[in-house]
Design a protein around this ligand. Structure first.
Ligand SMILES: [Zn+2]
Length: 270
């Protein structure tokens, strides 16, 4: 998902979606609508999906031509920097939460851009949330507590109570058996990342009693519509650190080192 900027006035509204949606900001995506996945309500798995900033240019342009059916209007009340993390980080977090079922006790592993949004949605839904951070990451644990986790602690050992679901945002395979160890019977571990290091082998006993391990990939337009309607009602507040586009590599490096609080957002200077 990318986003296209707000149309400044009626006369200068650009072509396509922005005009059709009344000049509001929009998030963009594209799927073919014809493959077996699209035709069965699973367009997030589309074989021909194209992503702004990856397959398609224009994600940082002032104007972009887009297919109206694939534009998600962004909620009012957020400034440009604050709304940006609702797209990738917020949306994948939202889908991960839906795939986690209806947990009373939810564990979040890795407290970055996605988790800092998901915890707010989960609390809004009345769930109890437990934050798991890198051992020794006191700042991360404090951030998790600030955002509404009732407990925060190291990810290598189970928390104070069994979990009904866990979402893993950190790309560390060893967290899969660690999260399984923290689960109650019938619980689910959702791996929300695109990449993850190898998962170490673990005894079948950890999976026994109908525990589930699954991944989450991309999102459907329905996820987008649901989440972007829900976010202002929570209301989700995002914490961002802005970098000029020219410093994208530095932003990535700081992200890798776990030095970003909330979400990193790239800003194009005009
Ligand atoms: Zn498709």
């Amino acid at each position: 998902m990318g986003r296209c900027p707000r149309a400044r006035d009626g006369a200068s509204r650009g072509p396509g979606a922005v005009a059709a949606r009344g000049g509001s900001d929009a998030g963009l995506g594209w799927t073919d609508g014809t493959c077996r996945y699209c035709l069965s309500g699973r367009e997030n798995l589309c074989e021909s999906a194209r992503f702004t900033g990856y397959d398609l240019d224009g994600g940082y342009a002032e104007w972009i031509v887009a297919d109206e059916r694939y534009c998600l209007p962004l909620p009012d009340g957020y400034d440009d920097l604050q709304v940006a993390p609702l797209l990738c980080a917020g949306l994948i977090g939202y889908r991960s939460l839906r795939l986690a079922g209806d947990p009373e006790r939810l564990g979040l592993y890795g407290f970055g851009a996605s988790a800092h949004i998901v915890v707010q949605v989960a609390r809004h839904e009345g769930r109890r949330v437990f934050g798991f951070v890198r051992p020794g990451d006191d700042a991360g644990a404090a951030f998790a507590l600030e955002l509404g986790c009732e407990w925060a602690g190291p990810s290598d050992v189970p928390g104070p109570e069994e979990l009904d679901a866990a979402i893993i945002f950190a790309p560390a395979g060893e967290l899969v058996p660690a999260a399984l160890r923290a689960l109650a019977r019938g619980g689910v571990v959702v791996c929300a990342g695109i990449h993850m290091s190898d998962i170490p082998s673990f005894p079948y006993e950890l999976l026994w009693e109908e525990r589930v391990v699954r991944s989450v990939a991309n999102l459907t337009r329905r996820d987008g519509e649901e989440f972007l309607a829900l976010a202002p009602r929570v209301p989700v507040r995002t914490e961002v650190e802005a970098f000029p586009l020219e410093q994208a590599n530095e932003a990535l490096e700081r992200l890798r080192r776990g030095q970003i609080r909330g979400a990193a957002v790239l800003r194009v200077e005009r």
